[in-house]
Design a protein around this ligand. Sequence first.
Ligand code: HPA
Ligand code: ZN
Length: 321
Amino acid sequence: MIHALPKAELHLHIEGTLEPELMFELAARNNIQLPYHSVEDVRRAYEFSDLQSFLDIYYAGAGVLQTEQDFYDLTWAYLLRCQQDNVVHTEIFFDPQTHTDRGIHFETVIKGIHSALQEGEKKLGITSQIIMCFLRHLSAEAAMQTLEMSRPWHHWMIGVGLDSSEVGHPPEKFKAVFARARHYGLKAVAHAGEEGPADYIWGAIKSLGAERIDHGVRCEDDQQLVNYLVEHQVPLTVCPLSNEKLKVFSHLEDHNLKSMLNKGLLVTVNSDDPAYFGGYVNDNYRAVQSALSLTDDEICQLVKNSFNASFISTELRTGYL
Ligand code: HPA
Ligand code: ZN
């Protein structure tokens, strides 16, 4: 049933779709020495204790991405997985600073991703949007420079987001950057309430103008916040297998997805960084269906939510629903 339902994915870092096999292929192509001997060796290294322990490995892995063709190949491989999972619309994040800080041009990154997405729409019928994320462990000035650098390609992006190490980097730090991005016509989303407190979700909404919250699972700590999110139907892009691997919840059986859904929150299911967390979007649906005993109606609601929480036009959306 899960496979049969066309769905949208709204929380996906394209750098997080780098499978070890492609990592080795790109390392060979670009003459890069990896600190691993084999694909199995890489997979064995994917044991995380929290968000930071994942981010360290994830940023190192992205080092094999050098050319426009590399970014194209990465994105194309993800789109083929979308086709397998019956994902018909996807809104993907990319982290320009992970690449520009090691000397890769912004243009190289965005052109590779964008051309693969265009091909995906033409050949696979998958519609898509690009969201540019700022790394919150870096300064607000660096984010502002990135926003300015990206101006020639704003017509290829639907919005901006905020990711990386959450605790100690509250949304307020990026208030001016997000105000400028919105002035340029970009939408705003932000990771909040993954490891950080419910207050960061308020901050993302009130200071950044975020229209959608990535993760947001900590919202249940604040009843007033839950009321607000329900009343305004602010979408939460939840990533169950990511939360399990990064120990946001000790066991998937403890995950609050079902509880949030039953409170009327606009929650969706997504894969975050599937190459690192052991599953694409259908694996995430199947895992929560089993761990939380979700009914068929609840699965259908989650799939409907994925379109209602998306930035696709109302006409297209009605076609999917
Ligand atoms: N949280 C924060 N930063 C990230 C994530 C995440 O889940 N995935 C990739 N970068
Ligand atoms: Zn994420």
